[in-house]
Write a protein that binds this ligand. Sequence first.
Ligand SMILES: [Zn+2]
Length: 341
Amino acid sequence: MSDDGAFTYSGGKVAPGERQNIRYGISETYLGDPIRIPVSIINGERPGPTVFLSAAAHGDELNGIEVVREVAYEWDLSDLAGTLVCMPVLNVPGFLFQQRYLPIYDRDLNRSFPGRPDSTSAKRMAHRIFQNFIEPCDFGLDFHTSTRGRTNMLHVRADMSDDKVSRLAKAFGTNVVIDSEGPSGSLRGEASRAGVPTITIEMGEAHRFQRVLIDEALAGTDSVFAEYSLRETTAVRWPGWRTIITDDQEKTWIRADAGGIVDMHFERGSLVHEGDRICTITNPFKDDNTVVEAPFTGLLVGLLENPVVYPGNPLCHLVELDDVTRRVVEQEQSPEHAHHT
Ligand SMILES: [Zn+2]
């Protein structure tokens, strides 16, 4: 931010009280046409933090696109204290092909940050984004979904050893936070290390809009805005229970030991007890089934969605809960309890 409260990027400036919807060039196609990403910068009349919201760094992960668009174009931001930098589709080349990676040599844009101006095409794109729209921010939210063919319950990934990141993660108000540093080259990891605390929100499946999850993510975003006084909103939300999953807790992707067609017996977010049958791997004749049991009591954070596996393919992501949390979740998921999502 400049002294006059304007948000500046290479090629433009957004003064307090102004909004700009721009298409920002980050590269060029084989035909020399610009590759441009949509960016909306909303600078509030009142001072406050500068926050980025980004989605579709993986081009087929769509849920977050709708979250960012609803914040930018449907929320009443007339009382905004601060600036929003909204980027609903970061990976435009991947988005056009509805695929995870940049089509050029299948590069992962989300392993190319902070980027470099004189390096590969992916790193040049990452650099344009990072330098103009990430570095000037005070913190950020990056929305993802599970990889194609899988789903996950809405959760936050954050480096909880960093106090500023931890504050942001808690403000989002999910039940589950997975504590990890963030891979090298990821937007979350590199932004946080560059002094822009960033969390990833993982939500559901690729290739579709899931309304329940989008609404939950909007509630989380609203809660973050309350925590940092960006809007006169309700309050920071408390999700009822919270578990922060660290490296010393048991968590594992359970893998298939047989090839086949999977009959899944639980939904994402379910609590399973040690020995429960999570799923059955069947053959075409249904006469030689492999039962997969829970090796420990825990929460099914991620699940296979496309029901076919080779041996070695992941079936579900199971994480252990401490006793207190487990009892709260048991109560919440008991049949007497109204319902859960
Ligand atoms: Zn992703």
